[in-house]
Design a protein around this ligand. Structure first.
Ligand SMILES: O=c1ccn([C@H]2C[C@H](O)[C@@H](COP(=O)(O)OP(=O)(O)OP(=O)(O)O)O2)c(=O)[nH]1
Length: 162
């Protein structure tokens, strides 16, 4: 799968939002916070870390929507640092035993990238998300389809002034 079609869609959405909201300043750090928050929302829906509870995870569609919110901001921070054009195949790295390890590794990756926005650090975040998708049983096609659906919702939300 070539990620460039998503990069193009993300670039267009980001420009649309910036124009609509009159954003001229650097919003990289705020997008990094947004990504960390989305990763937390994703973890929360999986409930993978809630050793104190019997309640199971949310349904797949809800978890997938949280997942693609992250993908939006992940693409966006790569675009901010001119690294997204290098994204062709989805980078796949080490395999973790469980979701909690993958979440922690991905948090660390995002934090490293905020401090040092290099191509290597950017790739590590994608590897983290690839691993999370694998552990959640999401196929690339499912992720791309859900990304498309949420991308459209994001336009509607901007137009309806939410
Ligand atoms: O520059 C931007 C800003 C936002 N988004 C997208 C990413 C994500 O898909 C959505 C924001 O997440 P969400 O829909 O959870 O927004 P929210 O304001 O946190 O929603 P809610 O108040 O419903 O939780 O907007 C972008 O793609 N680029």
């Amino acid at each position: 799968m070539n990620l460039q079609s998503l990069v193009k869609m993300q670039r267009e959405l980001d420009s649309y939002i910036e124009q609509k909201r009159g954003i001229e300043e650097d919003v990289f750090d705020r997008k990094v916070i947004a990504l960390l928050v989305e990763l937390g929302e994703l973890a929360n829906e999986t409930r993978s870390f809630k050793f104190w509870s019997d309640k199971g995870p949310s349904e797949k569609a809800i978890i997938l929507e949280e997942y693609v919110d992250s993908i939006h901001f992940l693409l966006s921070i790569g675009i901010e640092k001119s690294l997204a054009d290098e994204l062709i195949e989805w980078p796949v790295g080490a395999e973790y035993m469980d979701l909690n390890e993958a979440f922690l590794a991905t948090y660390k990756g995002i934090s490293n990238f905020q401090q040092v926005p290099s191509a290597k650090n950017y790739t590590s975040i994608w590897e983290g998300y690839a691993e999370i998708a694998r552990l959640l049983g999401f196929t690339t096609d499912e992720v791309v389809e859900a990304y498309h659906a949420k991308n459209e919702v994001n336009y509607t939300r901007q137009q309806t002034g939410y």
